[in-house]
Design a protein around this ligand. Structure first.
Ligand SMILES: [Zn+2]
Ligand SMILES: [Zn+2]
Length: 245
């Protein structure tokens, strides 16, 4: 299967990533991707950008960028889920402007540690009409109950991410492989699509998918449920596209 898109990457604006936006876009195009999502961490992540950064993304002419580099570019955010009610760290009027939105639990920004509260937080984020993707639902330090999450994602037409960076040896998230196997089994049962993302914080990681692909192959995970093979199919899962329907 050809992995044509990577929707989750970070630039220097995130505070702990190392390239500029144009370096990332050029590299993604050189690597043969057809779509790149640039999704800086939300303002609650220490060192990331202020809400004004996201507001001002309208200053960037996506069409011109796409003409220059020959790749579709989505400028969005990886928002922090802050509590069990699924509160996110950008006001609705800012994040409704974004091209793509990922909502993730991150240890420095999320204080609950209990499976019930973590699961509730993720489901609330899924229910939020502005959220497109749930980022890395895989970290054993923030345990989740997968069945209600897969069920909610299916009901609301949202994507669940398989994060290649969580699976990289030496990665700091715990138990990702075991958790993904649980999640993928349910995704097969419910016919819930996933998106494989690199979560690149450096240009050399853009489009990385080999660790995820190995597990998908081993589990005989159906190709039609891996959204990365079709830009068109992916766009149908983004809010902007959904609104046009
Ligand atoms: Zn990061
Ligand atoms: Zn993240």
């Amino acid at each position: 299967m050809k992995f044509k898109l990577d929707t989750h990457t970070h630039t220097i604006a995130s505070g702990h990533a190392y390239n500029t936006m144009t370096e990332m876009i050029k590299e993604a195009a050189d690597r043969g991707l057809e779509l790149l999502g640039i999704t800086e961490h939300g303002p609650a992540m220490p060192g990331s950008c202020h809400e004004f950064y996201f507001q001002n993304l309208r200053a960037i002419d996506r069409t011109k960028l796409e003409e220059m580099y020959g790749i579709k570019v989505l400028l969005g955010a990886e928002l922090n889920v802050l509590d069990e009610d699924g509160t996110l760290d950008l006001p609705d009027q800012v994040f409704e402007q974004l091209d793509v939105t990922i909502a993730s639990l991150h240890l420095p920004c999320f204080k609950c540690r209990d499976e019930k509260d973590n699961t509730k937080a993720v489901i609330r984020a899924i229910e939020n009409p502005f959220v497109d993707i749930i980022g890395h639902p895989d970290d054993g330090r923030l345990p989740l109950c997968y069945e209600p999450i897969v069920e909610a994602a299916k009901k609301y037409g949202k994507l669940l991410e398989m994060n290649d960076s969580s699976l990289r040896p030496g990665g700091y998230r715990m138990g990702a492989e075991e958790n993904y196997r649980k999640m993928l089994k349910l995704c097969m049962e419910y016919e819930q699509p996933i998106v494989v993302d690199s979560d690149a914080h450096f240009i050399l990681q853009i489009g990385s998918h080999s660790y995820a692909e190995k597990i998908l192959t081993e589990m005989h995970f159906p190709e039609e449920l891996v959204i990365n093979h079709s830009v068109e199919k992916f766009l149908r899962h983004t809010r902007k596209y959904r609104q046009k329907q």
